[in-house]
Design a protein around this ligand. Structure first.
Ligand code: SF4
Length: 248
């Protein structure tokens, strides 16, 4: 038994090292962090005039079927004409339709545009390591982006593009009904929480979105450019794991 737990600790430390985490802060438990209360969502329906399907979701709904219907709408979407013309694939999202935890990123990059899958490039590989360091797997969480189409040259999404695509990520979240949402980076955090606060001030605090508890942290792409920020992400993941009741 002791040998098995020693092996588990060793594997975990190797996973953390792969994710670039070299310092393990003391567990802190939950904090008296700020909370932003938001209106309770009602149902997952297309925006007025969007012409999409009505999908009943939420508690007791069929999240997988709802996601399939939204995915089909996204595949045909041309609201952002420039993005729709340039894309190779829409990138809808992947993971469990019954996930307790959703990771919300910014937009697809070149690798994601080519594959149609979210977070498969270098940043995606780092996100996978972060998820595994939290003792979870990509199959048991759900990963999605604010935008479903790649912005040219990986530029930041424009406000009108976020507004165009908001309906889709909001409906995805309603279909899944996660207990927790982790926003990755400024664009995701500001879009979900509808705030202009920078990520540096949003991270390390708890918010709510509908019934989900929300935490924000740095985007894995930022960590690739700024490895020193990995310890802050690990601090945020410690908060998340403590609330989720997962981890070592
Ligand atoms: S980014 Fe979203 S709203 Fe814009 S064209 Fe793609 S799917 Fe449609």
């Amino acid at each position: 038994m002791r040998g098995r737990s020693a092996r588990a600790v060793k594997q975990r430390l190797e996973s953390l090292a792969l994710a670039g985490v070299t310092i393990l802060p003391k567990p802190t438990g939950t904090t008296g962090a700020a909370t932003v209360d938001r209106p309770e969502p009602t149902a997952s329906t297309p925006a007025a005039g969007s012409g999409g399907s009505h999908v009943q979701v939420g508690a007791g709904g069929d999240g997988g079927r709802a996601l399939d219907l939204i995915r089909a709408e996204v595949a045909e979407c041309r609201r952002c004409e420039a993005l729709a013309c340039a894309r190779r694939n829409t990138v809808f999202g992947s993971g469990s339709p019954a996930a307790r935890l959703c990771f919300l990123g910014e937009a697809p990059g070149a690798d994601e545009d080519a594959s149609g899958l979210p977070f498969v490039g270098r940043a995606g590989q780092l996100l996978t390591k972060i998820i595994e360091a939290c003792t979870l797997s990509r199959d048991e969480v759900y990963i999605l982006n604010v935008l479903k189409c790649r912005p040219p040259d990986n530029r930041q999404p424009l406000p009108e593009e976020v507004a165009n695509c908001r309906e889709y990520f909001e409906r995805q979240l309603l279909a899944i009904g996660p207990e927790f949402i982790c926003c990755l980076g400024t664009t995701a955090a500001q879009a979900l929480l509808e705030t202009a606060e920078p990520i540096g001030r949003l991270r390390g605090r708890w918010f709510t979105h509908g019934r989900a508890q929300v935490i924000c942290t740095y985007h894995p792409s930022y960590l690739l450019r700024n490895p020193g920020a990995k310890r802050h992400v690990w601090d945020d993941m410690q908060l998340l794991m403590a609330r989720m009741g997962v981890g070592p």
